[in-house]
Design a protein around this ligand. Sequence first.
Ligand code: GDP
Length: 169
Amino acid sequence: MNRAYNQQYGCNFTAVIPTNVYGPHDNFNLEDGHVLPGLIHKVYTAKKNETPFTVWGTGKPLRQFIYSIDLAKLMIWVLRDYKEISPIILSVDEKDEVSIKEAAEMVVEAFNFKGEVIYDSTKSDGQFKKTASNAKLRKYLPNFNFTPIRQGIKETVDWFQDNYDTARK
Ligand code: GDP
């Protein structure tokens, strides 16, 4: 459709494709939120109530997570400097893909949670991996520094704790 608008009317519309986004101000609802805010909310509750922390599935699936602040910077770059009509994937490098287990462990560490962690393999793992190439982005921005996921998770956990009463959950 963007190509058609460009050909017929000269419009400069494009599309961005982010991978799994996380960060402050997310939807932390357990039913309809995405995995990282879900894990953060669950560890918060487990720590407060001294109950186990349950991760859905085996923890083995792999995902590329992008910090919302990094995505915001890239969106502004797209608006200002990306001139192509064809879409661009906004993602961390393939080497920065992490397992759900690694992500869950980083959340546990950020909360300094010492309780039991359970992997509920009766729950679905979903797709094993959804690896996306950011080669096109890297061609334009070879030096863009993504926030390391450990740091992004720590900042999100701190935000959630500081804003628990008003956070979307
Ligand atoms: P989502 O859109 O963020 O839920 O991401 P995906 O569906 O791509 O992958 C989520 C992965 O995390 C799946 O393997 C789930 O089994 C796993 N998972 C573990 N705990 C949770 C949780 O509390 N919430 C969600 N949404 N997924 C979880």
